[in-house]
Design a protein around this ligand. Structure first.
Ligand code: NAD
Ligand code: UDP
Length: 339
């Protein structure tokens, strides 16, 4: 299958491109490199011994987006990763986030429509559930109140794609709601390379361990959780990437518009992650307890059984592998791709 991958030069995109190439798919990546470098894709090609097509283009530019589709006449599906994702920045620059994520998606879908490509896998997020009434979270939980513009773009794009299917049932839409993606490919050649100081827990821990940052702030130890710190469903990025391949296979059965949680089903606390990382790296991760971070919830983990039943997908890697692989990537590439 020829798959167009938007945002394919990014963290989850590179890992997914690797799995796509390894499984024999043809891949064209569209990325504006606003949060990535081409180096990750070069390494994907090296690791797989196969090549992909890279087109540097911005989805908010309708002409450039159209041109990509003209160059890919045999493409049959799109995996849509491209988007801005920093929660804090989205509150400071809401127009940037709405424009990039929504206009980009509208331009993409219009080009798909013009070219008769009506199969899309979209990178959604557990953030669409807001603060869930209970855990584990199933896909039919009500969509919650989003606490920031980034989360709202995810909820809005889900609506746009569901509306597309409602208007034209030949559209097939798979919404993958990721929980907390972490880790790196076991080679240590590709991984997460955040711009500036990381917002997320795992890259922050990794940068403390490698000596780039002094200490971690643990945001709150007074949550109603077993050790008082936040609990999340961390999922290895390679498992997540493989979930996209199962979703592409599902699209061939014309499933309509459907959402799947991609998580492990296991909650893990901030302190548990710190300790697992120390064990995996042999380094001490210095931390202090800090106040809660605005907008955070206590506990969030998936019920991933729909994905197992309908996609034949299940996360295989646990916290230990997530920490070992993150450390392997971070210690081999202390400055990431050196962007
Ligand atoms: P990332 O920033 O590494 O990758 C996104 C890629 O999209 C980048 O390479 C960036 O350059 C590109 N991009 C952004 N705007 C673009 C535009 N207008 N045109 C073309 N390219 C553009 O992020 P990631 O962690 O790989 O996340 C991929 C997707 O998954 C995003 O949509 C993100 O919101 C979603 N997601 C991520 C997480 C997470 O924790 N990483 C969790 C849930 C959902
Ligand atoms: N967290 C933390 N310190 C940090 C970053 C995150 O204590 O520097 C906590 C955060 O409060 C939450 C968990 O780690 O409980 C996961 O946060 P992250 O930003 O990685 O993902 P989120 O679940 O918010 O999308």
């Amino acid at each position: 299958m020829h798959v167009i991958v938007t945002g394919g030069a990014g963290y989850i995109g590179t890992h997914t491109c690797l799995e796509l190439l390894a499984s024999g798919h043809e891949v064209t990546v569209i990325d504006n490199l606003s949060n990535a470098s081409q180096e990750g894709l070069r390494r994907v090609e090296r690791l797989t011994g196969k090549s992909l097509r890279f087109i540097q283009a911005d989805l908010v530019d309708p002409v450039a987006t159209e041109k990509v589709f003209q160059e890919c006449p045999n493409a049959t599906a799109v995996i849509h990763f491209a988007g801005l994702k920093a929660v804090g920045e989205s509150s400071e620059k809401p127009l940037l986030y709405y424009h990039n994520n929504l206009t980009g998606t509208l331009n993409l879908c219009q080009a798909m429509q013009r070219h008769g490509i009506k199969n899309i896998v979209f990178s959604s997020s557990a953030t669409v559930y807001g603060d869930p009434a209970s855990v584990p979270i199933t896909e039919d939980f009500p969509l919650g109140i989003c606490t920031n513009p980034y989360a709202r773009t995810k909820a809005m794009i889900e609506d746009i794609l569901r509306d597309l299917h409602a208007a034209d049932s030949t559209w097939n839409v798979i919404l993958l709601r990721y929980f907390n993606p972490v880790g790196a490919h076991e080679s240590g050649e590709i991984g997460e390379d955040p711009n500036g100081i990381p917002n997320n827990l795992m890259p922050y821990i990794a940068q403390v361990a490698v000596g780039r940052l002094k200490q971690l702030s643990v945001f709150g130890n007074d949550y109603p959780t077993p050790d008082g710190t936040g609990v999340r469903d961390f999922i290895h990025v390679v498992d997540l990437a493989k979930g996209h391949l199962r979703a592409l296979e599902k699209l061939e059965q014309q499933p309509g518009a459907i959402a799947y949680n991609l998580g492990t089903g296991q909650g893990c606390s901030v302190l548990e992650i710190i300790h697992a990382f120390e064990k995996a790296s042999g380094k001490t991760v210095k931390f202090v307890i800090a106040p809660r971070r605005k907008g955070d919830i206590a506990c969030c983990y998936a019920d991933p059984s729909r994905a197992e039943k309908e996609l034949g997908w299940k996360a295989e890697r646990g916290i230990e592998a997530m920490c070992v692989d993150t450390w392997n990537w971070q210690s081999k590439n202390p400055k990431g791709y050196g962007r």
